[in-house]
Design a protein around this ligand. Sequence first.
Ligand SMILES: [Zn+2]
Length: 352
Amino acid sequence: MIARKFHSTTRVLLLGALALPFAIGCANTNEPVVSSAVTECGSGAVVEGRGLRIVTTVAPLTSIIANIAGNSSAQVTGLVPEGTNSHTFEPSPSAAKNLENADIVFVNGLGLEEPIKDLAEANIEDGAEICELGTTVLPEPDWIYDFSFPKDGGKPNPHLWTNPPMVKQYAELVLATLMARNPENSAAFTANFAKFSAKIDALDGAMQTATESIPSGNRKLVTYHDAYAYFAKHYNWTVVGAIQPSSFEEPTPKEIANLITQIKNEKVKAVFGSEVFPSPVLEQIANETNAQYVDVLRDDDLIGGPGDKEHSWLGLMRFNFVTMVEAFGGDASALRALDVSDVVKDEAVYPQ
Ligand SMILES: [Zn+2]
């Protein structure tokens, strides 16, 4: 299954170097859980007699990885504080110590955490590795560029984790990597993955059900932060626009005027603000267009605090999905009925 497990040298993935064959949502029981193509991550040295030391970046990734790594004595440490702008985050020099001690540094990649990646490359030890989840699972032709992530800026939209089938691919890659690096805990990793994978499928199914309940003309997204490109593609929603420019500053008056025209033309029902990126212009846009103003979407900031029941990637997605579905006049009861608790006790470090 895993062709290249035991390299002792550090390997760093190159952007777009891999194209993985497994299809979104495929569940053929004759196939191995993890595609044989998932081999580049997991190429560091095998760790025995202790848990893996894992460093991650944003809280949603930390939660996904903690769900797979649980019950193995692994230490999982996130670096990006919850509720901060992950796109412009610069790690403090003290993060170098975490990176120096890490066996695996999981980043989203696709250009999201370049300063952390640079610091990791400069500080990880021989036998350790950097695994870029998004860059590895998403073939380059499927990268999405848009207003907030324009092609000439060189960084595609990195938000794969709002699309549950893509998170399943992340989880598969994390599983393969952990099994390769710490085979003595493979049984725990595999059991965690099986449970987590079922919860991802349940979330996806509930979101499909909820989508069907929304009048099709209402499934038009305008958000402040541009986090739903891959989500919208999967559920067949339309991203009419995101307001935040690639500079992460406020939009220009001309951009605002264009967006107001677009929202009116498309008869957009609601515009969604972000608690991580409060925007003074968003309410004005809503007022001028008669769209409902919903200012509670959460980007990278899990529900509650560490240890709380919904402080998880699953809890975060459920909250955002329910918020959007109900603002569009849909029925979110399938989503509300989900159990979004972690599959294993989450002992990861989430900086606040
Ligand atoms: Zn973001």
